[in-house]
Design a protein around this ligand. Structure first.
Ligand SMILES: [Zn+2]
Length: 277
C-alpha cells in the first residue's frame, strides 16, 4: 500500500444497474452516470485468456507486466485453491493520469479521486489505471480484486483489501512482505494498539477503512498464509464458502475454534517476525 492507500486506488467499487455501490459489502450509494466508451483506452487490445487489456500505451503480448499479472492470477488461484475464474477481468490502461482522471470524473463522478480502481458490474470486472511510476503495484492490487470477484460470490471488505495488499507486493525473497505495513504495525503495537478481527469484520464501507485497517487486514492475511498452523487451510475453506454463498459466516467464527487467542498470536507475529523481516 505505502502510497497506494493515500494516493491511489485501494478502493474497489461494485457497479450495480442504476446504482454505484462503493465496495461490495455495502457502503456509499450513488447514482451511476451513464457510462460511455468515450475516453476509454482503445488503441491497443490484447487478450490473454481471462486477462483482457485495453490500452492507449503500446504493449506487447510478452510485456513483462502482462506475464506478471498472468502469473499472479495463477498464484492467487493456487494459494486460495479457487475454482478457475468464471469471468475475464478487463484492464483499462490509460496513457497518463490526465486522461485517466478525466474519464473517471465523467464516468464515475461519485468516486473519490484515486490512482486506480476496480469496478465490478454484472457486465464487466474492470480495472482502471494509468501508466506511471506505480502502475505495476496498482495493477497487481486491482487485478487481485478482479481475480477474487471473478471466482467468488462475495468477498468481505477486510479480506478483499487484505489479499489485494498482500498480492500487490512483489513476490521476491521476502514472502510478500509489505515493509511499510510491517514497520507501522510494529510501531502501533509498541504504542499499545492491538488487532481486533471482530472490529475489522464489521467494516463494510471502504470509506470507513483507514490506513491502519488496510495494515491490519494485510497482517491477518500474512499471518494466516505464512505462520499460523493450518492458517492457509482456514483461509482456503473460507474461500470455498465465499464461492458458494453471498451470505457467508463471519471469518472469526471459523478462526476462533482453532485460535481462541488469535489477536495475541498476531500481535506476537507483528513484533517478533514482521518487524525483523
Ligand atoms: Zn483495494
Amino acid at each position: 500500500m505505502t502510497n497506494s492507500l493515500d494516493n491511489s486506488g485501494n478502493v474497489r467499487a461494485w457497479l450495480m444497474p442504476g446504482l454505484l455501490l462503493l465496495s461490495l459489502a455495502g457502503c456509499h450509494l450513488a447514482r451511476e452516470r451513464s457510462v460511455t466508451n468515450n475516453g476509454l483506452p482503445d488503441r491497443y487490445a490484447i487478450e490473454l485468456g481471462q486477462l483482457i487489456i485495453r490500452s492507449d500505451v503500446p504493449l506487447q503480448r510478452d510485456e513483462p507486466l502482462l506475464d506478471e499479472l498472468q502469473d499472479l492470477r495463477e498464484e492467487i488461484i493456487a494459494t486460495l485453491e479457487l475454482n478457475s475464474p468464471r469471468r475475464p477481468v478487463v484492464v483499462h490502461l490509460f496513457a497518463n493520469e490526465e486522461h485517466y482522471t478525466k474519464y473517471m470524473r465523467a464516468a464515475f463522478p461519485n468516486l473519490p479521486p484515486r490512482r486506480a480502481f476496480f469496478v465490478g458490474s454484472p457486465t464487466e470486472l474492470g480495472v482502471y489505471a494509468f501508466w506511471g511510476d506505480n502502475v505495476e503495484e496498482d495493477l497487481r492490487h486491482e487485478y487481485t480484486h478482479g481475480v477474487l470477484h471473478a471466482s467468488l460470490k462475495t468477498v468481505p471488505l477486510w479480506l478483499d483489501e487484505g489479499l489485494a495488499e498482500y498480492f500487490e507486493t512483489t513476490r521476491g525473497g521476502s514472502g510478500r512482505l509489505h515493509p511499510e505495513h510491517a514497520r507501522r504495525l510494529a510501531l502501533a503495537v509498541s504504542n499499545g494498539w492491538r488487532p481486533d478481527l471482530s472490529r475489522l469484520e464489521k467494516l463494510e464501507d471502504v470509506a470507513q477503512m483507514q490506513r491502519a485497517d488496510y495494515q491490519e487486514s494485510w497482517a491477518w492475511v500474512h499471518y494466516l498464509l505464512h505462520e499460523a498452523p493450518d492458517g492457509s487451510e482456514v483461509l482456503v475453506d473460507y474461500c470455498q464458502e465465499l464461492a458458494q454463498t453471498s451470505n457467508p459466516p463471519q471469518f472469526e467464527t471459523q478462526l476462533r475454534p482453532l485460535f481462541p487467542d488469535a489477536e495475541l498470536r498476531l500481535t506476537s507475529y507483528i513484533t517478533m517476525v514482521l518487524r525483523t523481516e
